[in-house]
Design a protein around this ligand. Structure first.
Ligand SMILES: Cc1cc2nc3c(=O)[nH]c(=O)nc-3n(C[C@H](O)[C@H](O)[C@H](O)COP(=O)(O)OP(=O)(O)OC[C@H]3O[C@@H](n4cnc5c(N)ncnc54)[C@H](O)[C@@H]3O)c2cc1C
Length: 427
């Protein structure tokens, strides 16, 4: 069986950025053969949330390459130039393209690597290949859309699989219910619920806010309860000094802190990334409720400081028992549809790498995102997007993608040994 120098799991922005960094590095050094395996049938960037009025929450200059190589032909500006929209994009006077346009940019970048990416296969297991007492390669096992299992060998691995929808505990028994959807599947699922008259949106972040405005704008819009534990919808803090925590060189700082200081830092800046819709969106929502008030209607409700105490599925929908945290009162509310805008968890890599348990221990990574392994383990394994608590809040975002991919490609080429365990952090 052919042995690939590198297999990448997932072909989202992180591994597209890596494919580009590899190609640009290889113009200067020994080529490495690479293959990427992506479970979607074709490239799509969070397709379930490609809403018409959604915009990027990050400058287009934090594209796949610019911060690493401003001369790259894979920049957003280069994409605009090739599509003949550069002048008009300038006339828009914005740093924040629509999510549709950024998805198109990413698809354009991905299309340059069609010969290196297999779509429609989901990796479910990675196993060690041994020669004597040495692990020399990795066996990557995936399943295609027809259920057939494929196996490939690699010398190195980069796992960039993103997050999986976080379902709060009370809703887990209703995972299969057609009356409960996660924001991750919103665009695909909402069309099946055209007749919904009462909808609950759970969450206080960007996705919850975007879905509220999208649903409100629907023809025959349902009555919406926007339910959150928070006292207020708080905007993202994107002021310049706070934003510096997303700079690539901040990773050196945060990685070098001890565990407690790192935890405190992440907690202090939590609201720069989580549960923080854009200010403009919050203003639109406020305006919507204000106009409702002017008309003397009470169609939509903003249920702040409300906690869900119980969830019951009925034949027609879902009944939530809601507790008002201000006065302790509980009441039942019935919905045709509940939308969970409850974010993501980032544990997928653990399941995929379970078969390497004896070699990767507690999954500690070095500064270059490389897993620490036992001495008899020769392959290098890198994680992208799973190192937030060791490398900081930028890890799950696009902010450092370009630079991180360059760092991983350098580490891959140099094949440096991991530093001593004391300098590593667990992911
Ligand atoms: C709606 C939404 C909007 C966002 N907007 C922004 C923004 O404006 N700015 C920003 O910086 N960040 C944003 N983010 C954060 C987002 O995480 C990053 O933008 C980016 O998508 C991270 O890229 P990634 O490649 O690491 O992960 P993903 O984009 O999640 O890509 C992972 C890929 O791996 C594939 N995959 C997963 N498991 C397997 C498997 N077992 N086998 C094969 N393939 C697999 C998935 O199908 C997917 O294509 C947003 C996130 C969401 C959900």
């Amino acid at each position: 069986m052919h042995i690939h120098d590198l297999i990448g799991i997932g072909f989202g922005p992180s591994n597209i950025g890596l494919a580009i960094a590899l190609e640009e590095k290889q113009q200067r050094s020994k080529p490495l053969t690479s293959l990427f395996i992506e479970k979607q049938a074709s490239f799509a960037w969070h397709p379930g949330m490609l809403l018409d009025h959604a915009h990027m929450q990050i400058s287009y200059l934090k594209d796949l390459v610019t911060l690493r190589n401003p001369q790259s032909r894979f920049s957003f500006v280069s994409y605009l130039h090739e599509k003949g929209r550069l002048a008009d994009f300038i006339n828009l006077k914005t740093f924040y393209p629509s999510r549709h346009e950024f998805n198109d940019y990413l698809a354009w970048a991905a299309s340059h690597f069609d010969d290196r990416c297999l779509y429609g296969e989901e990796v479910f297991q990675v196993l060690p290949e041994t020669q004597g007492d040495q692990v020399s390669h990795l066996r990557i096992r995936s399943r295609d859309a027809q259920g057939a299992v494929r196996e490939r060998l690699a010398r190195n691995l980069v796992v960039s699989v993103g997050g999986s929808p976080y379902i709060p505990e009370l809703f887990r028994p209703l995972r299969a219910s057609r009356h409960v959807i996660h924001s991750h599947h919103y665009t695909a699922e909402i069309s099946k619920h055209g007749g919904a008259k009462r909808v609950a949106i759970i969450g206080a972040g960007q996705s919850a806010a975007e879905i509220f405005m999208a649903l409100h704008g629907h023809h025959n819009a349902p009555a919406i309860d926007f339910i959150m534990r928070a006292r207020a919808l708080k905007p993202a803090d994107d002021s310049p000094y706070s934003n510096q925590i997303f700079d690539a060189d901040f990773v050196d700082h945060i990685y070098s802190r001890d565990d407690q200081e790192r935890r405190e830092l992440i907690k202090e800046f939590w609201h720069t990334n989580y549960a923080c819709p854009d200010l403009a969106l919050i203003q639109q929502i406020f305006g919507t409720f204000y106009q409702q008030n002017v008309k003397g209607e009470d169609r939509h409700r903003l249920l702040r400081r409300h906690q869900i105490a119980a969830v019951r599925e009925t034949s027609e929908g879902v009944t939530l028992t809601l507790q008002d945290l201000n006065n302790g009162h509980s009441f039942d509310a019935h919905y045709d549809l509940v939308v969970l805008a409850t974010g993501y968890e980032r544990q997928l890599h653990r399941g995929i790498l379970e078969g390497l348990a004896g070699y990767v221990g507690e999954m500690q990574t070095d500064r270059h995102y490389r897993l620490q392994t036992t001495d008899n383990f020769q392959p290098q394994i890198f994680l992208q997007g799973a190192c937030e608590h060791s490398h900081g809040l930028s890890d799950t975002l696009l902010s450092i993608t370009a630079v991180r991919c360059g760092e991983i490609v350098d580490a891959l080429h140099e094949g440096r040994k991991c530093p001593a365990a004391s300098k590593l952090t667990t992911v």
